[in-house]
Write a protein that binds this ligand. Sequence first.
Ligand code: SAH
Ligand code: DHB
Ligand code: MG
Length: 219
Amino acid sequence: MTQDIWTAVDTYITDALVREDPAHDALRAQQEAGLPAINVAPNQGKLLHLLARMIGARRILEVGTLGGYSTIWLAKALPSDGRLITLEFDPRHAAVATASIERAGFGATVEVRVGPAIEALPKLAEEGGPPFDLVFIDADKQSTPQYFEWALKLTHPGSVIIVDNVVRAGRVVDPAGDADVQGIRRFQELLAASRRVTATAVQTVGVKGHDGFALAIVN
Ligand code: SAH
Ligand code: DHB
Ligand code: MG
């Protein structure tokens, strides 16, 4: 009953407001390739797009690509000379994403880096490129605290950091939760203790059930 109404309302909102979905084809490709349907919902993808546009993001970092669905929503927010680097552990996911990103016309804007994010992030820092204006963290939940620490190193005052899946159907409040919940809880503690950011978290319901996201701005 509850999930039914959440899904109905998400469908209602998406039908009304997300009729032009630049990443729609990526969802089909992702499904055909048998990848898990754990991408952000369309209205959440559009929220990422809006947030990126609101801050005039020119450089975006994503941790966790899957089939490129959220990637394409974010890439569409960039100016023509913008840049998006997305990190993906699974070569199969990366291949599906790369094809979809090309098809969506963002082949020149987006770079998919294959491998464990925990190795790619220090490499990005070593490369010494310009900082990122927006970081979207959405990979393995146990490592969220480390990804957040790297996001702080790779951003500038005014940058926005968004972290997906910080509620996990309410399991976040269980101190004895599984490894994912422990990761999210350690991340929340970091967020609460960090003077580098001003942050909040919001729980959400929708087609993906009960979850939520954290939103931070770098001070
Ligand atoms: N952001 C995507 C969904 C990402 S799902 C979207 O909304 O469309 C999480 C992804 O993180 C999966 O593709 C998974 O393979 C990847 N992942 C898991 N562990 C990882 C790691 N250690 N490093 C990089 N990516 C990882
Ligand atoms: C899972 C991962 C996600 O990024 C998400 O948004 C939902 C679920 C998962 O691993 O189950
Ligand atoms: Mg997610």
